[in-house]
Design a protein around this ligand. Structure first.
Ligand code: ASP
Ligand code: MG
Length: 369
């Protein structure tokens, strides 16, 4: 099989987790063509966000502290997961180059005291740049032939909507295929930085928070993979949040429609956009647990017939939502009132989760987040 495996932040977040990832990749690469996509180490993207904010406020002390913390975490993990002295030296040198570039970017932001969406994306891109050096080094150390690539090196091109850039599908597909197919044929495992890409002019962009999943399905579709595996820290997609409901169970199979609905409704298993490219071509997506690789998992695939006995597949909860009901005579037979209400929300950048309107009761109810 050709499998694209995406490892999330906790899966690459420390020594033990990375060792698991190396073992899993080695195990599946023996008899499959494997492509790896990785997130930043957990917490790092948030830390980079903080660093960019401190820099724009010219708070050098906080920036320096964060840079030091990032250096310590990546370098110490590097020593833990790479045994060969030569590889460790090479990997540390790569980490060092990235950290210097990051430092220069933050210095630039603080000189100008201005943080644009474009410069923020550049700063955020370093989480995945750093983690993939570590992961590629560790895989290499375990005797696997790898090539580490950033998202744009892998061929992912986007528009310039920084913070949530949209991939240019056709050229991305073509480039990813052209660049990765020869590596795979040659027995090399591409190790790709998730979340980050670039415009056609090479300006760094990000695909949106949590979007390494999206990178994985984009790559999977381009490479005509048999499956995309999202390795996370829970046993697939569950019937409820196990932290709230201890009796929650793994859902063995879901349709794309069901999984997309769940990801929009706060089941954190996957990035909402990630399933779109897979659903379009019917590329199955499996959600697995790095820390329990032989445990149950969820397979998401084209429409599943409803099986009787389990009509309700899952329960999700949305926290911190409010319901506002607007009612009164003005709602009755007065066209445009609902539009006015929605306009106020748009002007204030408030996201609407659900709308219900009843003309007989002359009210409109909105669930907002
Ligand atoms: N590192 C990015 C984030 O934290 C992307 C990801 O983890 O999927 O949003
Ligand atoms: Mg995620």
């Amino acid at each position: 099989m050709r499998i694209v495996m995406k490892f999330g932040g906790t899966s690459v977040g420390g020594e033990q987790a990375l060792k698991n990832v190396v073992a899993l990749t080695g195990r599946y690469a023996k008899s499959n063509d494997v492509v790896v996509v990785a997130s930043a180490m957990n917490g790092v993207t948030n830390t980079l966000m903080d660093a960019s904010n401190w820099a724009s406020q010219r708070d050098q002390a906080h920036v320096a502290e964060i840079l030091e913390q990032l250096r310590r975490r990546h370098e110490s993990t590097c020593r833990q997961v790479i045994a060969s002295a030569d590889l460790m030296r090479k990997t540390t040198a790569c980490l060092d180059d990235e950290l210097r570039e990051l430092e220069r970017a933050l210095t630039g932001i603080s000189y100008l005291a201005e943080l644009t969406p474009r410069s923020r994306d550049f700063v955020l891109s370093f989480g995945e740049k750093l983690s993939t050096h570590l992961l590629a080094g560790a895989l290499n150390d375990a005797g696997l032939k790898v090539k580490r690539l950033t998202g744009d090196e892998a061929g992912i091109v986007t528009d310039a909507s920084f913070g949530e850039a949209a991939p240019l599908t056709e050229i991305t597909k073509q480039q990813v295929k052209e660049r990765l197919d020869p590596l795979i044929k040659d027995g090399t495992i591409p190790v790709i930085a998730g979340f980050i890409a670039a415009t056609q002019d090479g300006v760094p962009t990000t695909l949106g928070r949590g979007a390494s999943d999206y990178t994985a399905t984009i790559v999977g579709v381009a490479l005509e993979a048999d499956e995309v595996w999202i390795w996370t820290d829970v046993d697939g997609i569950m019937t409820a949040d196990p932290k709230i409901e201890p009796a929650a169970q793994t859902i063995p199979e879901l349709s794309f429609m069901e999984a997309m609905e769940m990801s929009h409704l706060a089941a954190k298993a996957m990035h909402p956009k990630a399933l779109e490219p897979a659903a379009e071509v019917g590329l199955p997506v499996r959600v697995k647990n790095t820390f329990n690789p032989n445990g149950p998992d969820t397979l998401i695939l084209q429409d599943q017939p409803i099986k009787s006995g389990s009509i309700v597949k899952a329960v999700t909860s949305v926290r911190e939502a409010s319901m506002v009901t607007v009612s009164g005579a003005g709602m009755h037979g007065a066209p445009g009132t609902a539009a006015k209400v929605l306009d106020v929300l748009r002007e204030n950048d408030i996201n609407i989760l659900m709308i219900s309107q009843s003309s007989s009761e002359a009210n409109i109810s909105l669930v907002i987040a």
